[in-house]
Ligand binder design. Structure first.
Ligand code: NAD
Length: 265
């Protein structure tokens, strides 16, 4: 194993000896975040509802010299979440950082064209999933009198546009829970923050737009609303999550970081 595990040229070791759980880590932001933590010497629990994609990311981290295990977990199922925590602690002893990243969007449509089933399903993953992640990790963090939680919300929570209104509602709920939870846990030395990414061409687009890749004109339309002139990339979100999880952010809690190229200004 190399002394320094270097991923995309980043050489840091802010998370040495720390255990980090990332949900939805089989793809997109979660994958980049898991790999970034591994590059900084964390023991990473790569978790996803898709067992094969979690195993693939875990394997890539191990082959690059990092430490990781993969755990299959549907974040909307309480027994799965309990199992995830048990396996993480069984393997690495404790959980230092929990990244509640798993999420998706229903197909982009006007609210009154969205079925009750679609509404319930997106709230089950994006809101109940974050609730369950926090509910089950916090007692373990209280025992150790420390911990960090980062929830992945969305710029749509603070600057919604037409098209994915229930989805944006889930992310608004995540931001409000983040702030309330920060108030409930501060006395236990636990910090809770969120990240608000702008649109990125991850697996997310399949759910929201029904396509693997955007049409050029759709991409251009999205980019025209982003002052820095591009969409988000997984690296951008991973960098924000690791910053909020690190000692550099030790006095930051109850806030959210917009990773949006200025889109929400
Ligand atoms: N890509 C974007 O445009 C965008 C913008 C803002 C916020 N987000 C948020 O970022 C987060 C990550 O999304 P992404 O863009 O990387 O998409 P992605 O589809 O590439 O990755 C999401 C991962 O979550 C997993 N997942 C889905 N449902 C799950 C469940 N019930 N339990 C566990 N895992 C589950 C998927 O299998 C997938 O691997 C999501 O919360 C999403 O809402 C995405």
């Amino acid at each position: 194993m190399p002394d320094v595990y270097c991923f995309e040229g980043v050489i840091l070791n802010r998370f040495e000896e720390q255990c980090v759980i990332v949900t939805g880590a089989g793809s997109g932001f979660g994958e980049a975040t898991a790999k970034r933590f591994a590059s900084e010497k964390a023991n990473v629990v790569v978790s996803d509802v898709e067992a094969a994609s979690a195993a693939k990311v875990c394997d890539e981290i191990q082959k690059a010299g990092g430490k990781a295990i993969s755990v299959t977990c549907d974040v909307s199922v309480e027994a799965d979440m309990e199992d995830l925590l048990d396996k993480a602690i069984g393997e690495f002893g404790a959980v230092d950082v929990m990244v509640n990243n798993a999420g998706y969007s229903h197909m982009s449509r006007l609210l009154w064209k969205i079925s009750v089933e679609e509404f319930d399903a997106v709230f089950a993953v994006n809101v109940k999933g974050v609730f369950l992640g926090c509910k089950h990790v916090i007692p373990r963090m209280i025992e150790r009198k420390k911990g960090v939680i980062v929830n992945i919300a969305s710029v749509g929570a603070i600057a919604p546009r037409a098209g994915v209104t229930p989805y944006n509602g889930t992310k608004g709920a995540v931001l409000t829970m983040t702030k309330g939870l920060a108030m409930e846990t501060a006395r236990h030395n636990i910090r809770v923050n969120a990240v608000n990414p702008v649109a990125a061409e991850t697996g997310f687009m399949k759910g929201a737009m029904g396509v693997d890749q955007l049409e050029d004109e759709d991409r251009e339309r999205l980019i025209s609303t982003i002052p820095l002139g591009r969409m988000a990339e997984p690296f951008d979100v991973a960098a924000a999550v690791t910053f909020l999880s690190s000692e550099d952010a030790r006095f930051i809690t109850g806030t959210s970081l917009n990773v949006d190229g200025g889109r929400s200004v």
